[in-house]
Design a protein around this ligand. Structure first.
Ligand SMILES: [Zn+2]
Length: 175
């Protein structure tokens, strides 16, 4: 019984952890150009709300363009263990590698660092009465998720990202 209660408590803690305020981490000014995997500089992508709406699924539009959050354990990538690259679901800028993905137990894909620092933006987010650090795509300003200071080494960070904000490109013989 005690074990059962503990499991429920643990599950609740984990489910809440992408929404909880965590002290001790301030939004950084990320540096560097926006880069492709080949190291070329990528131009910014700017589209009207109407254009994004026409291009994205309703769910992707709600998360990427309206700062939404998908429900935990409902996305298609939180449990993806394949090797490859996670691109922005809006503009396809390379954002995260499977090499830095780790099992966080939160139900959202989690990484300890982006591929290129300049490909993301960190911003203080004071919504819902909490102080969090929002993560956005630097190329298209799409909302990706949040970053928390409770990740594994070597960075100690946990980029908690919505699956619907990403596109997975599986590693093949060419890349
Ligand atoms: Zn983007």
């Amino acid at each position: 019984m005690i074990f059962r209660l503990f499991s429920v408590f643990l599950a609740m803690t984990v489910v809440l952890s992408c929404n909880q305020a965590q002290a001790g981490y301030e939004a950084r000014e990320t540096k560097g150009p926006i880069l492709s995997l080949d190291g070329d500089t990528l131009n910014r992508v700017e589209k009207s709300e109407k254009e994004w709406k026409a291009e994205l699924s309703p769910h992707a539009f709600q998360v990427l363009r309206q700062h939404g959050t998908e429900r935990a354990f409902t996305g298609n990538l939180w449990n993806n263990k394949k090797k490859g690259i996670y691109l922005c679901g809006g503009c396809e800028a390379p954002l995260f590698s499977s090499k830095t993905k780790f099992r966080s137990g939160t139900g959202w894909p989690s990484y300890y660092e982006p591929i290129f620092e300049g490909n993301i933006i960190e911003k203080t987010d004071l919504s819902y009465g909490m102080k969090r650090v929002e993560v956005l795509c630097a190329r298209c300003d799409g909302h990706l998720g949040h970053v928390f200071p409770d990740g594994p080494e070597p960075t100690g960070l946990r980029y908690c990202i919505n699956s619907v904000s990403l596109k997975f490109q599986e590693k093949n013989n060419k890349n």
